[in-house]
Ligand binder design. Structure first.
Ligand SMILES: *[C@@H]1O[C@H](CO)[C@@H](O)[C@H](O)[C@H]1NC(C)=O
Ligand SMILES: *[C@@H]1O[C@H](CO)[C@@H](O)[C@H](O)[C@H]1NC(C)=O
Length: 289
């Protein structure tokens, strides 16, 4: 009982003493983080929340880009404005550019104390792979993950199939696998290369991007189908077989025809065959008879 009374006295003294400075400043979160992502050319809106116990308190905030007052940043000249609605203060930047990627600060503009929160601004992270790839047994499979957004996301790969859930793809687990860097975008492991493809390599390959500043993971998947290496050979073999059978039929037929004609000429009194010299002689002899 005594202690709770003491506590009340203490807290009221505390409140009276600091009534003017009881301002809470916080970033308005995106995906649970003090970050803002934007698309190039689109508007960037950075918000912070300044609340006070004193309903009548006039709270002003100051915006900074990389610790420089926003009004002194030449690249933002005529491209930004600030607004306030309730406890929410906003900095609007039109026509978002790469140079706008930076750390922004919402600072309490108050002589009595300084409070500030940092908000990281960067371009929307995106990873993309081809929807599906058809490859042939023993060939080399190459899947490129296109990573957009700055700073770029880190890339890892996962594999799954009908019998196996997502499992990270590593060079160590499978020595047929190597990763290549996307030099243009400066992204390590952006290309998955798997050589000596086997029938069981069929499955779903997922490119997982880990964007900077603790943004949530992003991913895209590619379905890979593997064809039997003889698959392309079967139609060819079929044609070969067909030709072979046709030739055989013609040969047999020809042989049979020759044979019957020979037999016929043996019995026939007026043969018109001139197939073999022997045969001719034969018939000539017969004619003379
Ligand atoms: C602003 O802060 C107050 C006090 O912390 C909170 O009650 C309110 O929900 C916040 N508003 C937003 C939009 O975050
Ligand atoms: C799934 O992948 C595993 C590991 O690569 C492989 O052993 C298995 O045969 C595959 N299953 C199917 C149905 O392809």
């Amino acid at each position: 009982m005594k202690s709770s009374v003491l506590c009340c006295i203490f807290s009221s003294i505390f409140l009276v003493d600091f009534v003017y400075s009881a301002v809470t400043l916080s970033a308005v979160l995106q995906d649970g983080q003090p970050i803002v992502t934007f698309s190039l050319g689109k508007q960037i809106v950075i918000s912070c929340n300044a609340t006070s116990d004193d309903k009548n308190a006039k709270i002003e905030v100051e915006w900074k880009k990389n610790d420089v007052n926003i009004d002194e940043v030449s690249s933002l000249k005529d491209r930004h404005r600030t607004t306030k609605k309730g406890s929410i203060h906003k900095l609007h930047i039109d026509d978002g550019r790469e140079e706008d990627i930076d750390k922004y600060t919402c600072a309490l503009d108050d002589d009595k104390e300084s409070k500030e929160v940092d908000i990281q601004v960067f371009t929307k992270p995106v990873v993309k792979v081809q929807r599906s790839i058809n490859t042939v047994e023993l060939e080399v499979l190459k899947i490129r993950c296109t990573v957009n957004g700055k700073p770029p996301s880190n890339v890892t790969w996962y594999y799954s199939n009908e019998t196996m859930a997502d499992k990270e793809v590593t060079e160590i687990d499978d020595d047929r696998i190597t990763f290549e860097k996307d030099e243009e975008r400066g992204v390590e492991n952006a290309v998955l290369v798997k050589s000596n493809i086997q029938m069981w390599d069929r499955g779903v390959y997922t490119c997982v991007g880990e964007p900077p500043f603790k943004h949530r993971l992003i991913n895209d998947t590619c379905m890979v189908r593997v064809k039997d290496k003889y698959a392309a050979l079967w139609p060819f073999l079929g044609i070969v077989a067909e030709v072979f059978v046709l030739c055989a039929i013609i040969l047999i037929y020809e042989k049979k025809r020759n044979k019957t004609e020979l037999e016929e000429s043996d019995t026939d009194q007026s043969p018109d065959q001139k197939n073999t010299p022997d045969h001719n002689k034969d018939s000539n002899l017969r004619h003379r008879q």
